[in-house]
Write a protein that binds this ligand. Structure first.
Ligand code: 3PG
Length: 320
C-alpha cells in the first residue's frame, strides 16, 4: 500500500476541513498536530483550498495532507500543484480517479454501493471513502459489504460520523479510518478558536484508541507459592480460579504467573480497538514494540508487548 495511506490508516482519523481564508491554514494545521491528529483533508468547497494546501505543505510537512471534495481533473491538478499528498472525492468519477493515478497521487473516491465498490476495485483501489456514511446505511451497510469484499477493500466512512458512533465504525473490520468535520467545527474555525479544535482532536484520537484495562499479570514471589496466592485471592474475592499452562487466572482481571514473566513485577494488559493505531500513538512517546511478541490474525496485530516497562510492569496490548 502507498505509504501516505498506510500512515493515515495508523492514525485512523481524517478531519474534514473547510477554510474561509488561507490565513486560517497554518494555525489550524498546528492545532491538528498539537491535538494528536496530523491529518487534514482540506476541501475544495471554498476558494481558499489550493492556497491553504500550499501553506500547509510548506509549513507543516509532518501533516498527511489531503485535498477533499475534488470534483474535476483541474481541481486534482491544482491540489497536486499545491502539494496535496492524496486526493479525496465525494463520489466515484472514473475520470478523476484515473487522472489522480496518472499524477501518481493516492486517491480515495467516495462510494455508497456495491457497484461503485467494484468499479473502484477494477481501478486497483483498495482504500475508498464510504460517503455519506450514515445516510447510506452506516455500520450495517459496512458489515454487509464485508461479506463479498472482506479483505479486498477498506473504507473511510465519512458523513454523520462523530463521537457517538465513532467506536461502532472503528470496530468494523473493514474500516481503515473515519473522517468527519466534528473535529474541526466551522464556528471554531471562523472564531479562530484553535484551542477548541486541538481539544476536540485530542479527545477523538483517544476515543478512537479505545483503551481499557484487560488484566494485571503478577509475577510470583516464588514459583511454588503462585498458585496458592491465586487460590486465596480467588476465595477472598469470590472469583473463579482457572489454571492454565503458564499462569492461573482469578476472575478475568488477575493473572498469576507461575514463573517470572515479562516485566520486573508483572505485566498490564491493555485492550484497544487497534494495536496498530495504539503503537502509532505510543511512538509519539518514544515507545516501540518488542517485535518477537507480535501475534497476528486476519491481517491485524492481536497482541504485542511495548518495549518500555511502566513502574516495573511490562505492558501488552490486545486487540478488542
Ligand atoms: C465530507 O465531505 O466528507 C463530509 O461533508 C463530512 O461530513 P460530516 O460533516 O458529517 O462529518
Amino acid at each position: 500500500m502507498n505509504e501516505v495511506l498506510e500512515k493515515l490508516g495508523r492514525i485512523g482519523l481524517v478531519p474534514v476541513i473547510k477554510l474561509n481564508s488561507p490565513e486560517e491554514a497554518l494555525p489550524l494545521g498546528k492545532a491538528l498536530i498539537a491535538g494528536g491528529i496530523p491529518v487534514a483533508e482540506v476541501t475544495f468547497r471554498t476558494d481558499a483550498a489550493a492556497e491553504s494546501i500550499k501553506i500547509l505543505a510548506k509549513e507543516c510537512p509532518e501533516l498527511i495532507l489531503g485535498a477533499g471534495t475534488v470534483l474535476t481533473t483541474e481541481q486534482a491538478d491544482a491540489a497536486a500543484e499545491a502539494g496535496a499528498k492524496y486526493i479525496v472525492t465525494p463520489g466515484f468519477n472514473p475520470h478523476v480517479v484515473a487522472h489522480c493515478q496518472q499524477l501518481g497521487l493516492p486517491v480515495t473516491p467516495g462510494v455508497s454501493s456495491p457497484s461503485q465498490v467494484e468499479q473502484a476495485l477494477e481501478m486497483g483501489l483498495n482504500v475508498i471513502k464510504f460517503f455519506p456514511a450514515e445516510q447510506s446505511g452506516g455500520v450495517a451497510m459496512l458489515k454487509a459489504l464485508n461479506g463479498p469484499y472482506g479483505g479486498k477493500v477498506s473504507f473511510i466512512p465519512t458523513g454523520g460520523v462523530g463521537p457517538k458512533n465513532l467506536i461502532d465504525y472503528l470496530s468494523c473490520p473493514n474500516v481503515f479510518a473515519v473522517g468527519g468535520s466534528w473535529m474541526v467545527p466551522s464556528d471554531a474555525v471562523k472564531a479562530g478558536d484553535w484551542g477548541r479544535i486541538e481539544a476536540l482532536c485530542h479527545e477523538a484520537r483517544l476515543l478512537s484508541l479505545g483503551f481499557s484495562l484487560l488484566h494485571v499479570g503478577i509475577n510470583p514471589q516464588c514459583e511454588c507459592c503462585a498458585l496458592d496466592e491465586a487460590r486465596m485471592f480467588a476465595a477472598m474475592l469470590g472469583m473463579s480460579f482457572k489454571e492454565g499452562n503458564s499462569s492461573a487466572f482469578v476472575g478475568k482481571s488477575f493473572e498469576f504467573m507461575k514463573a517470572q514473566g515479562r516485566g520486573e513485577k508483572g505485566h498490564i494488559a491493555i485492550e484497544t480497538l487497534s494495536v496498530e493505531r495504539a503503537l502509532e500513538w505510543f511512538s509519539g512517546f518514544g515507545i516501540g514494540v518488542v517485535e518477537e511478541t507480535i501475534k497476528r490474525k486476519d491481517g491485524h496485530i492481536t497482541v504485542a508487548y511495548l518495549d518500555r516497562e511502566v513502574a516495573g510492569f511490562a505492558v501488552h496490548l490486545n486487540r478488542k
